[in-house]
Design a protein around this ligand. Structure first.
Ligand SMILES: NC(=O)c1ccc[n+]([C@@H]2O[C@H](COP(=O)([O-])OP(=O)(O)OC[C@H]3O[C@@H](n4cnc5c(N)ncnc54)[C@H](OP(=O)(O)O)[C@@H]3O)[C@@H](O)[C@H]2O)c1
Length: 258
């Protein structure tokens, strides 16, 4: 039996997880005081992390589990927290890479593969997810960093290609995007791999097979550009910083945001 856990944020991920686990979600006014002793899963968007984390009692930080897509290093550094990729910066929090799709608050979490956790609450999260029927595993910091590149590349690439399909008046569900944009997807995987490696300090691998495998499991999830400053915008900035050209990504992003 897994330990009880708390979910902060009653959005798609938070609601779906809380309902499945039979726990309640903490909303804006009650985030200071998670009642259970187990993991505190923060399921808000990336831009809300500063507000949520600074309102939580610092005694709770070691139990925090962050499940946002993207590279969370800037917010961890600002607040004074450590995690895979940001060592020796303060209390160690747990990071989760969620491989499921939640497209509505009252919907289901459609499993898309193994969700990976790294940090002090990783074992509790794996036990909780396993109990809920969601595949989960634990990774060490270096492997988790590489796995972050894989998940981020899926968000970057499918968000961008989905946006282009949507703007062209065509379906932007994952299966349709794979079908229509397979060549772009493959080309973006090889173009972005060196940038992700430089950014994360870990090589995410060839990406293509991992991305298509995840996509095949969540064919009906709609994809569009989201959280640009944490995803494609951040990627473009990191590419510029590393002096690595990304002409295809730049051209598609310009079209998708014009
Ligand atoms: N959806 C997916 O399938 C999926 C899969 C993997 C990872 N993720 C990641 O998970 C994160 C959440 O995604 P989502 O789709 O669940 O987003 P969402 O549906 O927009 O939900 C975010 C929720 O956070 C709440 N919130 C914001 N600030 C808060 C605060 N200070 N205290 C308490 N609650 C607060 C929002 O409340 P209001 O409604 O009042 O604004 C909203 O209910 C994102 O970073 C996303 O990248 C999503």
């Amino acid at each position: 039996m897994s330990v009880p856990w708390t979910v902060v944020g009653a959005g798609r991920v938070g609601s779906v997880l809380a309902r499945r686990a039979g726990t309640r979600t903490l909303r804006r006014d009650d985030v200071e005081a998670p009642r259970s002793d187990g993991p505190v899963v923060v399921a808000t968007r990336n831009d809300d992390l500063d507000a949520v984390l600074t309102r939580l009692d610092p005694a709770v930080w070691p139990r925090v589990v962050l499940v946002q897509n993207g590279v969370l290093d800037p917010v961890l550094r600002r607040i004074g927290l450590s995690a895979a990729g940001v060592p020796d910066n303060g209390p160690l929090v747990t990071l989760g890479l969620l491989y499921f799709a939640a497209s509505a608050r009252d919907g289901l979490a459609v499993p898309g593969g193994t969700s990976w956790f790294c940090g002090p609450e990783a074992a509790n999260m794996v036990a909780a997810f396993t109990e809920l029927g969601l595949p989960a595993g634990q990774l060490g910091p270096a492997d988790h960093r590489a796995a972050t590149g894989v998940k981020l590349s899926w968000n970057l690439i499918y968000g961008l290609l989905g946006e282009l399909e949507w703007r062209a008046g065509r379906p932007n569900l994952v299966a349709a995007v794979t079908e229509a944009r397979r060549a772009d997807c493959v080309a973006l995987c090889s173009e972005l791999r060196p940038v992700l490696t430089a950014w994360l300090g870990a090589d995410p691998g060839p990406l293509v097979a991992d991305l298509f495998a995840y996509s095949a499991r969540i064919p009906d999830f709609p994809v569009r550009l989201r959280e640009l400053s944490w995803r494609n915008g951040a990627l473009a900035a990191e590419a510029a910083r590393a002096g690595l050209p990304t002409p295809l990504h730049d051209a598609l992003l310009a079209r998708a945001t014009s």
